[in-house]
Design a protein around this ligand. Structure first.
Ligand code: SF4
Length: 452
């Protein structure tokens, strides 16, 4: 049996530029589940290979009768599902069928568009969480066709640890350290998210939320530290430590010398001082927050259930605890006008986050946002992660959002600059004169295209 993760970093220019590749966590848990049932599993990790054709060689080498192509539901780049990644996954389905194997496919895009994968030849397509269906398929109990959504796993402690030994972790560590001088391994404490932001796609677990015990996560960290020696961790959870008592217990378990980590959070969680103290003591060094907009009107339209005041308090608390802050920002949400964009600029300039990720709003299938703009869609998916295309008839032209983005990137390049000798630090230093020259041009373009 061959398990394959179809995500190609080479087809993702945004993540390639970030230089922080992560191994496919979800599929590695699936591999461990199959191993626990006694199956012999080979693993193909497309992340660091440059071309889909490499998969043909893997099929020749392993001669599998069963191939499972599993996209990682923990990975944001996977959930974006650009056309390039989809084409690669479909090509892997075709190659597997040409090799005569039974082919199961699962993940966010197969959940949203199962018919694309059956048309490419997949014998089984799983909608939603795939664990149970995968095990049935491996044992010959799964009927061919589209396997409907099943109940989600509720007790995450029953899952095995990821089979890290099946991928080349050294190659990931080498890429990280060459670029950043350190390496982070990815871990997950939970599946799903209980919040209701209406643009956020939740194809695999819906709005359910289940978390592993703090004891299990602490044990996984100790084991990973002893065996692989990462310099830090990235928790892939949509939102880390949704429940404050969980965080307190976790903090007590990881001890006084915890492995540093980064994670995603929400402003309404980290506006509480006791919570932030636990977060810092547990090892958190950086959080990424879906700030999205500086306009309360737009935050309300998104059902974000947080306000700009929450964001301001949260940043102040985090800074006080020595935790770096990254903002995810969105431009072009329906109803956003020029003044709302100026409010976002004002918020970012006043709070000066340490990192910024800026995107135009992306209507993903299954979301309230997608339903709202369904009749105005000009295209369904971005062609690549760098595309940042406005996919529906919005208030302003594409060039306006590009200009706003470049203004923010240029300004933040100055306040986030730190001296350093890593490749990443040298690149940032080298980019400063470029930003200085371009900033007035982008600002003039922003004003011109946003006029009226
Ligand atoms: S945007 Fe974040 S907090 Fe909101 S629903 Fe999605 S994962 Fe949850």
């Amino acid at each position: 049996m061959l398990l394959a993760s179809p995500y190609h970093l080479s087809l993702d220019p945004a993540e390639t530029a970030a230089g922080r590749p992560f191994p496919p966590l979800g599929p590695l848990v699936s591999a461990a589940e199959l191993q626990a049932l006694g199956h012999s599993v080979a693993f193909y990790d497309a992340s660091l290979v440059s071309h889909v054709e490499t998969f043909r060689e893997a099929l020749r080498g392993h001669q599998p009768t069963q191939v499972a192509i599993l996209s990682d539901p923990h990975s944001v780049p996977v959930k974006m599902c650009t056309l390039g990644q989809r084409d690669a996954a479909l090509a892997m389905v075709r190659l597997s069928r040409e090799a005569g194997a039974s082919v199961l496919v699962a993940g966010p895009d197969p959940t949203d568009h199962p018919e694309l994968y059956t048309a490419a030849g997949a014998t089984h397509v799983v909608v939603g969480e795939h664990d149970g269906a995968l095990l049935d398929w491996a044992e010959g109990r799964l009927a061919p066709g589209i396997a409907p959504r099943r109940s989600n796993t509720t007790h995450l402690d029953t899952l095995p640890d990821p089979a890290w030994e099946l991928v080349d972790l050294g190659a990931y560590a080498e890429r990280w350290r060459r670029r950043h001088g350190r390496w982070e391994l990815n871990l997950s404490t939970a599946r799903g998210c209980p919040y209701r932001c209406n643009w956020c796609a939740k194809p695999t677990w819906g709005r359910s939320y289940h978390v592993a015990s703090p004891e299990r996560i602490a044990r996984q960290i100790f084991a990973a530290r002893a065996r692989w020696q990462p310099d830090g961790l990235w928790f892939t959870d949509d939102i880390f430590a949704v429940k404050p008592p969980w965080l307190s217990a976790f903090r007590a378990l990881v001890g006084s010398d915890p492995l540093p980590f980064r994670c995603n959070t929400r402003a309404d969680l980290v506006r509480e001082g006791a919570y932030v103290a636990d977060l810092a003591a547990a090892g958190c060094r950086e959080v990424w927050m879906g700030a999205e907009s500086g306009s309360d009107t737009i935050l309300a339209a998104m059902d974000k259930d947080q306000t700009r005041a929450d964001i301001e308090i949260a940043v102040s608390r985090l800074r006080g605890a020595g935790i770096r802050v990254g903002f995810f920002l969105q431009l072009g949400y329906p109803g956003e006008r020029y003044d709302d964009v100026l409010a976002t600029l004002d918020m970012v300039r006043s709070l000066r986050p340490d990192e910024i990720g800026i995107s135009v709003s992306y209507p993903l299938p299954g979301t309230g946002f997608h339903d709202r703009v369904r009749d105005q869609l000009t295209k369904a998916n971005w062609s690549s992660s760098m595309a940042n295309e406005v996919l529906f008839a919005g208030a302003y032209p594409q060039g306006f959002y590009e200009a706003v983005r470049e203004v923010l990137r240029a300004e933040s390049a100055w306040w986030t600059w730190r001296p350093g000798s890593s490749r990443g630090a040298l690149r940032r230093t080298g980019a400063l004169p470029w930003h200085a020259v371009r900033w007035p041009v982008h600002r003039a373009r922003m004003r011109w295209l946003g006029r009226g």
